[in-house]
Each structure stands twice: as structure tokens, then as C-alpha cells.
Design a protein around this ligand. Structure first.
Ligand code: ADP
Ligand code: ASP
Ligand code: MG
Length: 406
């Protein structure tokens, strides 16, 4: 049985008009001889009545501390509503479809509410419907614990659902439908002349997603890579080829990258709402205690640099109050810069190419962008900057590495 998993993001199921396009994609897959398994996100973005952000706001406006278990129960409703509406749209076109919650689709997770990890998938029920000729429409972004509690998989987690089901069902490929033409050299909301990348490797896309490119969830890329199932990112509004993500290159980019220094960078990712924390005069023992306390409180730290007289790292803006409380309790002397952004230049070909970091720094300084911190690995160079400089900095790097010509 040839299976394709088709995931429709929030904007791809937001209105009757766009749902009609989604239905057509499912029908096309069926007509091409595939058995489609559909995964849906909650309908629309922030402000839409059943969007995830709207559900979160509903709880937060009424109560300061909704418990994580109840928060997940509430958030899971957006995708469940969407699955029922999508089933109705398919039935209206004469196709038998069945709506399933993540739990009913066999997605078993741990109880890490808000960011649960998939432990296993029991796809028997989906297979049964496929054999009956029905189209399973699975609510994305959710699973269930062994003892029956509903969990969610982290923001953007419907992509994870799609990849995990594809792996469990040995699907031929995964289609991710969204509101852009594919994976681009940068977020087009920040860099209007960003261009679509036709073919990328899993590791490149993982880096992009891990450094903030919201177009796909990093866990979804990891899962697809682990079973070598191609991921295709496409625009719901059109019939373009989108971006194919697989383990090898076919693009012109691969051939030219070795010879053209402009092609060592594939894309620029950004992560908003970062806080830089600078702790001064910290003895090593207190340093260890501070790091342990942050970890115990679920605060993830990034860009950590330790100097003899200070320690610097970044956290999410949302964690700054908790961090402040912990550091005050320990009597640390510290300062924080809120609302920073991390921008990252990514390219698996930059390894061993000299001068990439200096080009990045020069390009930013030429545009009067203050650099608060830097970090680099074999495939990524990141700079922390002030939030208000984000678009300017991304455009400067996009220009420097001539990414618009792809
Ligand atoms: P969906 O609801 O379809 O999952 P998302 O909002 O999660 O949609 O992801 C799509 C958005 O990702 C785009 O609208 C775009 O603004 C953003 N984005 C960020 N980085 C990139 C990139 N490198 N390429 C394409 N889109 C990007
Ligand atoms: N609806 C969820 C979110 O907004 C999951 C997703 O869209 O993938 O994060
Ligand atoms: Mg998404």
C-alpha cells in the first residue's frame, strides 16, 4: 500500500475556500494511486476563533496559572475541531473520511505537557481505515500518555505528528502544505526578496528549523531523516514544486557551492524574543548552582560563554522573570538585555571556508547593527543583536551572501 502523509497548517485550513484547495490536494493524491493520511493544524492564526493562540489567550485571560495538563487539554481542541471540519469537507466531495484525535491515531507520548515526546505509535487503527478505503484525518500537535492524559507536542507540532505517522506507516513521502512557496533563504516576512530553495538536505533544514525558521518543526525533520522519507514543503495556494528535503543534493547549488564563496551560506534564520543575561563575579561553585537551578526550572539556555569574571547566556524572554527570581535568591550580581534576536547564517558548505565570520561581522557593522554576542559551529554562525535590528540585519546578510539570486 503506497501511503502519503499530507499535513495542512493553520492557514491551509482557515477558510472554506482554502479547505477546498486542501481537499483537492487529497483527491489528487488518491487519483495518483496513493492512500492519503491527512494531518491538520488548528484553523487560522492568532485571533481566529479556534487557533491555538486564541485558546491559550482564553485560559490566560481568566486565570494566571492554568495547570499544564489542563492547558494541553484545551490546546488540543483546536486541532480536533479542524479534523472534524476537514472530514466534512472531504465527505461533501464524496470521499469517506474519519476524524481521529492524536490518541485515537495511536500516538503515545510521555507526560511532558506542552512539549511531550512521542514514545511510540500504534498505527493499527489508521491502517484499518486505509484498508476500508477511508481517509484518516488526524488532529495534529497531540498525543496521549499511557494512562490516558492528552498532551501536546510543542508549538508547530503538527509537523511532528505528520513525520511520526509517516515513519510508523512507512509512507512514500510527506507533504507539508503552508502559506509560502517552500523553504526560503529567509523568512519572507523579514526579507521580502527571499527566494525558494528547491532542494535541501535534512541536516541543513534541521539547522534552519533549530535556529528558528518556523516553516517546519525541527523534530519533524529529525524523524523524517531517521527513516529517510522525503519531506516536501509546498504552498497550499498553487501548484509549484515547493522544496524537497532529502538526504542528498540535486540542486545547482550543490555543484556551485564549492567554487563560489557566496554560496557557502544557504539561508538566514532568526529567533525573536531572546534575553541576554550577564552574571558578574561568579565563583565556580555558585555558577554550577545557578546553572542547575535554571535547568531544574525548565529554563533552556543558549549562547553560553564563560569568562574568568563573568558568565553570559541567552534565554527566552518568557523565562526572564523566573531567571531573575533564581538569580536574586542566589544573591548574584547580574544584568539583562531583553527583546534581543538571534540571527543565524546556515550552510553545510561553510566548514573550512575562511572569512565567513568576518564577512558577517563586517556586513552587520556596516549597517550600524550592534553585535551583542556570537557563536559558531561547522554549519552555523549566530549573532545576538537587538530585536529592533532583526529585519535590517537579515537583509544585510542576505545581500552579503547574494541569497536572492538562488
Ligand atoms: P503553518 O501553520 O502552515 O505550519 P507556520 O506559520 O508554522 O505555518 O510556518 C510558515 C511560516 O514560516 C511562513 O509564513 C514564514 O513566515 C515562516 N518562515 C520562517 N522562516 C522561513 C523560511 N526560511 N522559509 C519559509 N518560511 C519561513
Ligand atoms: N496549532 C499548533 C500551533 O500553533 C500546532 C501547529 O500549528 O503545528 O503551534
Ligand atoms: Mg507550522
Amino acid at each position: 500500500m503506497k501511503i502519503v502523509v499530507q499535513k495542512f497548517g493553520g492557514t491551509s485550513v482557515a477558510t472554506p475556500e482554502v479547505r477546498a484547495k486542501a481537499v483537492q490536494k487529497v483527491i489528487n493524491a488518491k487519483k495518483s494511486g496513493y492512500h492519503p493520511v491527512v494531518v491538520v493544524s488548528a484553523m487560522g492564526r492568532n485571533g481566529a476563533p479556534y487557533a491555538t493562540d486564541t485558546l491559550i489567550a482564553l485560559a490566560k485571560n481568566e486565570c494566571v496559572d492554568t495547570h499544564p495538563r489542563e492547558m494541553d487539554l484545551l490546546m488540543s481542541c483546536g486541532e480536533i475541531i479542524s479534523s472534524v471540519i476537514m472530514v466534512n469537507a472531504l465527505r461533501a466531495k464524496g470521499y469517506e473520511a474519519v476524524a481521529l484525535t492524536g490518541g485515537q491515531a495511536g500516538i503515545i507520548t510521555d507526560n511532558n505537557y506542552g512539549n511531550a515526546n512521542i514514545l511510540k505509535i500504534q498505527p493499527d487503527r489508521i491502517r484499518m481505515y486505509l484498508e476500508m478505503g477511508k481517509i484518516p484525518v488526524v488532529a495534529g500537535f497531540q498525543g496521549v500518555t499511557e494512562d490516558g492524559n492528552i498532551t501536546t507536542l510543542g508549538r508547530g507540532g503538527s509537523d511532528t505528528t505528520a513525520a511520526a505517522l509517516a515513519k510508523a506507516l512507512s509512507a512514500s513521502f510527506i507533504e507539508i502544505y503552508t502559506d509560502v512557496d517552500g523553504i526560503m533563504t529567509a523568512d519572507p516576512r523579514m526579507v521580502p526578496n527571499a527566494s525558494v530553495l528547491k532542494h535541501l538536505t535534512y541536516s541543513e533544514v534541521f539547522q534552519m528549523a533549530d535556529q528558528g525558521a518556523k516553516v517546519i518543526h525541527p523534530k519533524a525533520v529529525e524523524i523524517a531523516m531517521s527513516c529517510n522519507i522525503p519531506l516536501i514543503i509546498k504552498n497550499i495556494n498553487g501548484n509549484g514544486p515547493g522544496t524537497v528535503v532529502s538526504s542528498y543534493y540535486e540542486s545547482d547549488y550543490a555543484q556551485t557551492a564549492e567554487h563560489d564563496p557566496n554560496q557557502v551560506i544557504t539561508s538566514i534564520s532568526h529567533m525573536l524574543n531572546r534575553t541576554q543575561v550577564i552574571i558578574k563575579n561568579l565563583d565556580p561553585e555558585l555558577q554550577n548552582i545557578a546553572l542547575s537551578r535554571l535547568a531544574e526550572n525548565g529554563i533552556s539556555i543558549d549562547l553560553i560563554n564563560i569568562f574568568p569574571d563573568k558568565m553570559i547566556f541567552t534565554i527566552d524572554d518568557n523565562d526572564s522573570d523566573k531567571t531573575r527570581t533564581i538569580l536574586d535568591q542566589l544573591g548574584c550580581s547580574y544584568s539583562m538585555i531583553y527583546n534581543c534576536s538571534k540571527i543565524s547564517a546556515i550552510g553545510t558548505k561553510m566548514k573550512g571556508v575562511p572569512g565567513v565570520m568576518s564577512r558577517i561581522i563586517k556586513a552587520l557593522l556596516k549597517n550600524q547593527i550592534q553585535i551583542l554576542q556570537t557563536a559558531d559551529s561547522h554549519t552555523t554562525i549566530s549573532c545576538l543583536i537587538k530585536g529592533e535590528d532583526t529585519a535590517k540585519a537579515m537583509m544585510a546578510l542576505h545581500e552579503e551572501f547574494k541569497l536572492y539570486t538562488r
